[in-house]
Design a protein. Structure first.
Length: 131
């Protein structure tokens, strides 16, 4: 059986085709609402149907010393990213529109300064598997 595992070393994040510099990791969560349909005929077992789906996540990396709109994506809280792309490797990525809901900076004397962005997807999340 072939090993289809991939390394994260080729991953990256882009904001409307601008690569966001210094990003080291990203995380994507997808979920769906579960709507209860349990009734007296359910024989004591809970029953559900799928409702609306949603997606959200984070990406983080080095805090840019000379951050600009072009190298940090021009992102602020409430920014809408028309086309957020989360790459696993060249030509393979998740894509959709998202809103930045939180930005966190972490700076310490004996560690690298980092920045983290939390986002909430709005609309459809597309998976592109390349060729």
């Amino acid at each position: 059986m072939p090993n289809n595992a991939i390394s994260g070393k080729a991953g990256y994040v882009s904001n409307d085709s601008i690569v966001i510099y210094n990003i080291k990791e990203w995380k994507l969560d997808q979920s769906a609402d579960m709507l209860a349909t349990t009734n007296f005929a359910s024989s004591g077992h809970k029953e559900y149907i799928a409702g609306c789906d949603e997606w959200s996540g984070t990406f983080s990396g080095q805090h840019a010393l000379h951050a600009t709109a072009s190298n940090q994506g021009g992102l602020t809280i409430g920014s809408t990213i028309t086309t957020l792309k989360l790459y696993t490797e060249a030509g393979k990525y998740y894509s959709g529109s998202a809103i930045i809901e939180k930005i966190s900076s972490d700076v310490g004397v004996e560690k690298e300064a980092t920045i983290s962005y939390s986002f909430k997807g709005t609309g459809v999340l597309t998976v592109v598997v390349g060729s």
